[in-house]
Design a protein around this ligand. Sequence first.
Ligand code: G3P
Length: 221
Amino acid sequence: MQFFLDSANLTEIKESLAWGVIAGVTTNPTLLSREDSAFELLAREICTLMQGSPVSLEVLATTTDAMVEEALKLAALAPNVVVKIPMGGEGLKAVSRLRREEKRVPCNVTLIFSVSQALLAARAGAAYISPFIGRLDDIGWDGVGLVEEIVAVFRRQALDTPVIAASIRHPVHVQRVAAAGAHIATVPFSVLQQMAAHPLTSQGVARFLADWTRRQGEGRP
Ligand code: G3P
């Protein structure tokens, strides 16, 4: 399973890249609304930082024609743009048209909450599909269970659309979607930090340092 960073924050993206663990970035209008920079400038900078790895930018339009027009503008920002299209009839038509464009525009169909939606998005030609697991958990459903089902159904149906587990809230989500066979998990930076940390690791480092400092205090070479 690959990791994408679910963020539009340049500091977080640079730090995650330096860790050597991310293979892409996903954004959404909420994440972008938290940043001060002008949208196009920020989007281009993220795409440059990611050096050819996929960067998802979402359309705000709600009708097919407007989605396609917006998607083409987003795709023109950089060669590694993947256009995020919300699930639904208008979105499916947009995905289907964009895949047939002369210069094919890869789409990440977002806001997927059922296996049926995942199947339709894959058949329409999505380059990725994004089930939102945290938001399903929020309403008392089983978000990880949905990822498990989609991965199993896609395997059985020989659909090769990569599944991005999105709306990840904590490291256990990441572990469980990896076990479920998700191809990608898009993870907020705070969750990446939680994944890297463990109290026994911090305690271990502190103890090694204390033992070595004591030894040096005893004047031993
Ligand atoms: O990638 C989609 C994700 O950002 C949504 O996360 O936490 O707003 O449900 P959340």
